[in-house]
Design a protein around this ligand. Structure first.
Ligand code: PHE
Length: 344
């Protein structure tokens, strides 16, 4: 019995001291294994009396249990310590700076286009699209510019063949939209897109440029609606203090037609080089949709009226960002483009 208790004390204190799972396992084999101390102690039972054997058996079982339990507890503690050590070793230093990946920036024309879309979507418009390679029929005829009309000269055209051309404005999208609506309003669309004219490129002209068309058709649309809409556009694009003024003009597809000026955002209307010392900047063309256009595109002009406008995107971007050469938009010079960083 004393022997058993001695084995137990020794085992427990040795278990306490080991520091690796391997050592612990060696101890388990040494004490509890088939050729271990406990097994050897059991062997002496055969020489004992029945009573002795019973109490010896009891005690030895308890000793075995205690040693087993102690080994189990130590094993758990060692495993945990091992895992913690491993975690500590594999610790990732998240304060290390990462390699900066260069992020491109949005092209200024994309910025203006996105801003316009956001603005007009917020007023209930939808974004329409149309082809850049367009038929003479849509680009001119349906826009009330029949063959030989003098106003065709205002828009020098790249022809592909006699009946096909690069659209000179986004206005043909008006015709596509009206025809698709099959004579039924309301219609509220904008169409930003590329346009082409046979211009000699200089600081303010480019043979390829961008416009944003607007078209609203409904039963009670007036010039006041057009004016209110353009006022919102002017304030949102160029600041809340902007005013607009309408000057009479001429487009075959609108009647009456207007040229729209906004008060100069650069000098607050006092006069500066940007507004050529007039306090006003010409920004877009607009007007009430010519009833002839409505009729040609399947709308009853005694029931429906509409307004339309065409905004030059380069012009808006040049005024907004103080860019004085339209060629900057098409030169792909990173020193220029990188100035327009992503929002957010
Ligand atoms: N299409 C005209 C242009 O390119 C602009 C415009 C659009 C004018 C719609 C009136 C209405 O000059």
């Amino acid at each position: 019995m004393d022997e058993l208790l001695k084995i137990k004390d020794e085992a427990l204190s040795q278990i306490e001291e080991v520091s690796t799972l391997k050592e612990l396992n060696d101890l388990r084999v040494f004490y509890l294994g088939k050729k271990g101390l406990m097994q050897a102690a059991m062997k002496s039972m055969k020489d004992m009396s029945k009573d002795e054997r019973a109490s010896f058996g009891q005690v030895s079982n308890k000793v075995k249990q205690e040693i087993t339990q102690s080994i189990e507890e130590k094993k758990e503690a060692l495993e945990e310590a091992e895992m913690n050590a491993q975690l500590l070793e594999e610790d990732i230093d998240i304060t290390l700076p990462s390699n900066a990946l260069p992020l491109g920036s949005l092209h200024p024309l994309s910025v203006v286009k996105n801003d316009l879309e956001e603005l007009f979507l917020g007023m209930g418009y939808q974004v329409a699209e149309g082809p850049e390679v367009e038929s003479d029929h849509f680009n001119f005829e349906l826009m009330n510019l029949p063959q030989g009309h003098p106003a065709r000269d205002m828009q020098d055209t790249f022809y592909i063949d006699e009946k096909t051309l690069m659209r000179t404005h986004t206005s043909p999208v008006q015709a596509h939209t009206l025809l698709a609506a099959k004579g039924k309003g309301p219609i509220k669309v904008i169409c930003p897109g590329k346009t082409y004219r046979r211009d000699d490129d200089d600081a303010t002209h480019s043979h390829q440029f961008m416009q944003c068309e607007g078209l609203v058709v409904d039963k009670n649309v007036t010039m006041a609606d057009l004016k209110g809409t353009l006022e919102v556009f002017a304030k949102k694009m160029f600041g809340e203090k902007r005013k607009i003024r309408l000057r009479p003009s001429y487009f075959p597809f609108t009647e009456p037609s207007v040229e729209v000026d906004i008060s100069c955002h650069n000098c607050e209307g006092k006069g500066c080089p940007m507004c050529k010392h007039t306090g006003w900047i010409e920004i877009l063309g607009a007007g009430m949709v010519n009833p002839r256009v409505l009729e040609m595109c399947g709308f009853d002009s005694t029931v429906y009226q509409g307004f339309a406008f065409g905004i030059g995107l380069e012009r808006v971007a040049m005024l907004k960002y103080g860019i004085d050469n339209i060629r900057e938009f098409y030169n792909d010079d990173l020193r220029f483009l990188n100035q327009f960083t992503r929002k957010g």
